[in-house]
Design a protein around this ligand. Structure first.
Ligand code: MG
Length: 311
């Protein structure tokens, strides 16, 4: 059997498994994104942005619609209370789905002007919500509603969900995209995918020092992709970065050395770890969602036993 991965550094062999396959677990979509695993309900949620739906995949293989009219939702994450946090292009907002199913807006403007189109989102252990705000969702009517940007910058934002206070944490991106913290949360990694519209901008993941006050200090580029642009990515329990790329998922070690690739037949947008034992990598890739067992797991322990009401 052909291995569905490429070993570049022998250390990557310790992160993958023999005799596993890359399985397509859902297909026929238009542009999938935003995979998030809910351990309490043993299911994966993911977006199809242009179809305006959020789908739910269960471990028995069932796939159904979790939410109709998702407002062109893109990236999702789970907060420490087990609630769904979502980026929506259509409403140009970040929302939270409460345990009773109510959807509330957490942020939709900055300095009195509408956000561009929130793309991807993570939660820090102090409860702060960090998200990127590129313009992809307002460039056309395919992934949102076409509009002129009101914001001067394409920011990385930090939101205090208790007060609603929104701060620009970084503003010097062409198009910020996926983001993730290092294991100790002293580093923040952010993808620059501006090469989608300007070929002179390389596909890089930048790294920032995170101060005690959550102030960011840029440390420059961390990795440069050799194939395509970085979109969503995750840090695993060993600190490795697994990032989306044109030919699959690229795995970089804690020093930014490319050690291997999971080869995927469609352009990858995002990924997450999950599954009953936490060792499955779920990959959203254009029209399909794929899964593969690996010898690694998510960085953040699954502390929540709660789940949002299925609507
Ligand atoms: Mg993205």
């Amino acid at each position: 059997m052909n291995e569905p991965y490429q070993i570049i550094d022998s250390r990557f062999r310790n992160l993958v498994l023999a005799n596993v396959s890359l399985r397509q677990i859902s297909g026929g979509h238009w542009w999938t994104e935003g995979p998030v695993w809910f351990p309490a309900h043993q299911c994966l949620l993911f977006s199809d942005i242009p179809k305006q739906k959020i789908y739910r995949w269960m471990v028995d293989g069932t796939v159904n619609v979790f939410r109709e009219n998702s407002h062109f939702s893109n990236g999702h994450t789970r907060d420490y209370q087990g609630r769904l946090i979502s980026c929506e292009h259509g409403s140009r907002s970040v929302t939270r789905t409460e345990h009773d199913g109510t959807v509330i807006t957490l942020a939709d403007q900055f300095k009195g002007k509408r956000l561009n189109s929130p793309n991807d989102v993570i939660v820090k252990s102090d409860g702060s919500i960090w998200f990127t705000d590129p313009t992809y969702g307002i460039l056309s009517d395919y992934e949102g509603h076409k509009a002129m940007p009101e914001q001067r910058h394409r920011n990385v934002f930090r939101l205090d969900p208790g007060t609603g206070h929104l701060v620009s944490a970084a503003s010097d991106f062409t198009q910020p995209n996926g983001l993730a913290f290092s294991l100790d949360e002293r580093l923040l990694y952010v993808a620059e995918s501006g090469g989608s519209h300007d070929e002179n901008i390389p596909g890089v993941i930048r790294v920032f020092d995170v101060g005690d006050d959550n102030h960011l200090e840029s440390q420059g580029d961390f990795v440069t992709l050799d194939c395509g642009l970085p979109d969503g990515f995750r840090v695993d329990c060993y600190g490795n970065i697994w990032t989306s790329a044109a030919d699959g998922v690229h795995c970089f070690d804690i020093n930014g050395v490319l050690i291997g690739k999971i080869l995927v037949p469609e352009t990858v947008s995002n990924l997450t770890f999950g599954g009953p034992r936490g060792n499955e990598l779920f990959i959203t890739a254009t029209t399909g969602v794929y899964a593969i067992h690996v010898n690694s797991a998510a960085a953040v322990p699954d502390v929540s036993e709660c789940f949002v009401k299925v609507t």
